[in-house]
Design a protein around this ligand. Sequence first.
Ligand code: GDP
Length: 485
Amino acid sequence: MALFTEAMDDARIALKTLADRVDGIAHPTLRLGVTGLSRAGKTIFTTALIHALTRGGRLPVFEPMQSGRIAGAELQPQPDDAVPRFAYEDHLKTLAQARQWPSSTTRVSELRLAIRYATARGRTRTLTLDLVDYPGEWLLDLPLLDMSYADFARHSLALARAPARAEVAAPYLAAVASAPPQGPADETQAREVAARFTRYLADCRTERLAMSLLPPGRFLMPGDLEGSPALTFAPLDLAEETPRAGTLGAMMERRFEAYKSAVVRPFFRNHFARLDRQIVLVDTLSALNAGPAALADLERALDGILAAFRTGRNSLVSTLFRPRVEKVLFAATKADHLHRSSHDRLEAVLGRLVERARDRAQERGAALDVVALAAIRATREARVRRDGHELDAIVGTPEPGQVAGGHVFDGIEEMAVFPGDLPTDPDALFDPSGAGFRGMASAQDGDVDFRFLRFRPPPGIIGDGPLPHIRLDRALQFLLADRLS
Ligand code: GDP
C-alpha cells in the first residue's frame, strides 16, 4: 500500500513537473539549484547573486548586464508555499552592518526573481528565476534509494574501516561490535549506536579531516528532522542479507527504509527533479588544507554529486528523480583566500577533481564547466617588501581565534598575509604518495596552522554596484546569459 501511494505521489509530481515545463514555454522560468557541502559557500553565493541581479553594476563578463540589456530584477513571491524563503535581506544586513558571515544553509530555501531584459531585437521580456538553495549532503543520499539496508551497512562499514577514517571511527566501530544485529530490538542500544555513528560522521567533517563523503546526508544536515526516529539508525555488521523479525538488525532496516521513503524520496521528488540548472560550490581549499585523504574523499563526493545529474541509467530512481539539467557549473569558492596568480591553478585543481568523475560517467547529459570564484571578496591584493624582496600578499581582516605562526588573530586588525601557493601542475596533488602536498603546510593535530586563513567580510560593501567579488560574472554568464538573449 505504501509503495502504491509512493508511486502515485511520484507520478503526480512527475506530471506537475511536466505541466511546469509546458507552462514555462508561455512564461519562461528557470529553476537554478545552488548546492555544495556544508560551508562550501551556498549562502554567500546566493546572497551575492541576488544582489548582483537586483542592483546591477560592473559585471564585465556577464554580457546581458554589461550590454545594458537587463532593465531590472525584482524579488517576487516564491511558487512553493511550504518551502522557507531564502533570508536574503537578513543575510545582507549581517554582512554589511555586522561585518559577519551570515548563518549557513541547513535546509532547502527558495527565492524568486523576475528579470526584465531586452532581446537582441529590442523586445522586452521577463525571465522568472527560481533559486533553490539546498545542502549538497542530501544529494549524496540518491544512491541510497537503490540500496538495501544490507548494502548500505556493508558500504558504510568499509568506509569507516578505511585507514583515513579508522581512528575517528573507533568509538562507533566499538559500538557496532557490541550491538549484534541478531540480538533483540532494543531502543536504547539503537540510539547509542546511532549517536556514535552520527558523532563519527560529524568528526570526519571537522577542519582537520575535512572529509566529504558522509551519507546519510540528514545525519549531518538534519534540517527539521533533528532527533526524529527516521534518523535513529546506523549500519551494523550484518551476518545475513535480511535480518530476522524482532531483532536489532530488523529494527535498523525498518528505520533505514523509513528514512528513504519519508526523507530521501520527497526531497528528490519535490525539489531536485524540478531543477533546470545547477551550480555546485566546492570548498576545495579546505580539502587542500587537510591533505591528500580529504582531497580523495572530496573527489568521491563530487563523483556522487555528479552521478545525481547523470542521465541514461535505467533504474526507476533515475528516470523519475533525475532532473533534465542542461548545465552544471562546479565552482571552487573563496578564491579571495589566494593571490590572483593562483586563481587559475585553483580552477585547474577543481577541473581535475571533476574531470576524473566525469570520465567515469558513461553519459554526459549536461554541459559542464568549472570556475574559481569568490562570491564576496574579503581581501585585496598588495605588494609587500620582506627581507629586501617584493612579494605578493593579500590584505584582509583574519577572523578572530585563528592562529598562524604563533600569532593569534583578534578579528579587528587588518593585515597583509602571504597566501598559500598552489602547485602549477594539479596532477601533483593527486599523486598517491602525497608528494604534491609536501611543502604546503597543513593542519596538524593540535597545532592548527592553516595555510589558507579565513577573513571577515570587508567593510563598506554596499555601494552602487555588485558586492566585491572574483569571477562571479563568469558564473552568471555560464548559468544565465543564454536565457536572457
Ligand atoms: P554554506 O554552508 O554552503 O551555506 O556556506 P556559507 O555560504 O555560509 O559559507 C561558509 C563560510 O565560508 C562563510 O561563513 C565564510 O566564512 C566563508 N565564505 C563563503 N563564501 C566566501 C567568499 O566568497 N569569500 C570568503 N572570503 N569567504 C567565504
